[in-house]
Design a protein around this ligand. Structure first.
Ligand SMILES: *[C@@H]1O[C@H](CO)[C@@H](O)[C@H](O)[C@H]1NC(C)=O
Ligand SMILES: *[C@@H]1O[C@H](CO)[C@@H](O)[C@H](O)[C@H]1NC(C)=O
Ligand SMILES: *[C@@H]1O[C@H](CO)[C@@H](O)[C@H](O)[C@H]1NC(C)=O
Ligand SMILES: *[C@@H]1O[C@H](CO)[C@@H](O)[C@H](O)[C@H]1NC(C)=O
Length: 323
């Protein structure tokens, strides 16, 4: 009886254990089912996120505005090949601006043309703009520079003729434009850009064959926030000058004359030809690529000037960078 009871009890216990076991299995199955479902949801969610990201990236790639592309087709100074060309000097140019965007229009609000010879401006003119360019359209910018617009004096003409004898005369044509993109109903901010056509004119006065249809790259601009030039003599500043803030296009050089005098007298020693003077140039600037500017950078340069007995400083001194 006792034993039976025990057996009964035992049987009951086993039954109960079996029941527990089944419940445990069921619970386990339920649990793994929920993990599987949540894993599946997670995977679906992640792949949706990835697809949306990819589609957005592709849309951004295809819809983001591209800057116009500039090419030079013609450029000539025909009178360069004539015996009395100086009396009749004029320049003709033909540059195209292409809008490479599929669905984005471009407003050209201003466009200025500057012609350089050895980094000296020899012509500068605003073009008759503004205009709107629809997508995939090519605008032809052509014209003639002559008369007062063209700053070619006789001395420069002689330089051009000498360069012509060497084979080709190098020029740089800068097309500066202020543009806005039009994406459906939305207008972007202004973007200022410079297209730089580096070209050569052959001895016949025409654009070199190798430069025809040449692409005019769009350069990085450097914007100076501050340029400060100082002349030091024996530890004290004897002269200084700050230049006003300006932006400088690609391959552009700037010449500034710094006159130090008046109340800023150079004291005795510098003129007498002793230890000389130390000159420093400190610049604060930002790079600008299209509309994006880098953070402000600082750079300092210094060089030493030794004066002649007459007190003139005519040598070219190299200013090395101060770390
Ligand atoms: C300028 O160049 C383009 C492209 O070569 C040409 O189609 C166009 O006729 C030229 N325009 C002038 C006025 O020379
Ligand atoms: C073109 O020149 C005008 C007048 O000098 C100036 O106001 C304008 O900002 C210039 N535009 C560009 C794009 O450099
Ligand atoms: C720079 O020159 C100006 C006058 O032109 C003067 O007032 C200023 O104190 C000078 N600065 C230094 C650092 O010498
Ligand atoms: C200074 O000028 C004189 C004549 O103008 C010249 O002979 C001399 O070489 C010059 N000195 C320097 C250091 O350039």
């Amino acid at each position: 009886m006792h034993i039976q009871h025990t057996a009964d009890d035992h049987r009951g216990g086993r039954h109960q254990r079996q029941h527990h076991h089944a419940q445990y299995n069921k619970h386990h199955a339920q649990e793994s089912l929920t993990t599987r479902v949540s894993k599946l949801i997670c995977a679906v969610f992640l792949s949706i996120l990835f697809t949306v990201g990819l589609v957005t990236f592709i849309l951004w790639l295809s819809l983001r505005p591209h800057r116009p592309r500039f090419h030079i087709h013609e450029f000539s100074i025909p009178s360069l090949a004539e015996p009395n060309g100086f009396s009749n000097v004029h320049v003709t140019y033909n540059v195209t601006a292409q809008n490479p965007n599929l669905d984005i229009g471009i407003y050209y609000d201003t466009m200025n043309l500057t012609l350089y010879y050895q980094d000296q401006t020899i012509a500068e003119t605003p073009l008759l703009f503004p205009f709107y360019q629809s997508s995939k359209n090519t605008a032809i910018v052509y014209g003639t520079l002559s008369g007062p617009t063209l700053r070619i004096n006789y001395a420069r003409w002689i330089q051009l003729l000498a360069a012509r004898k060497q084979g080709s005369v190098p020029f740089r044509l800068d097309v500066a434009s202020s543009i806005r993109f039009k994406v459906s109903a939305w207008d972007s901010r202004h973007h200022k850009m410079h297209a730089n056509c580096e070209i050569g004119v052959g001895s016949n006065g025409m654009l070199l064959e190798s430069d025809k249809e040449k692409k005019c790259p769009i350069g990085i601009t450097i914007c100076y926030v501050e340029i400060s030039v100082k002349v030091h003599e024996g530890g004290s500043v004897v002269g200084n000058k700050s230049l006003v803030a300006f932006c400088q296009g690609r391959k552009n050089s700037v010449t500034e004359e710094v006159v130090i005098g008046g109340d800023q007298q150079l004291r005795g020693g510098g003129v007498a030809g002793d230890g000389g003077l130390r000159m420093t140039v400190e610049t604060v600037f930002k790079y600008r690529v299209l509309n994006w500017k880098t953070k402000i950078r600082h750079m300092g340069f210094e060089g030493f000037v030794r004066s002649g007995s007459e007190g003139n400083f005519s040598e070219n001194i190299y200013l090395h960078k101060i770390p």
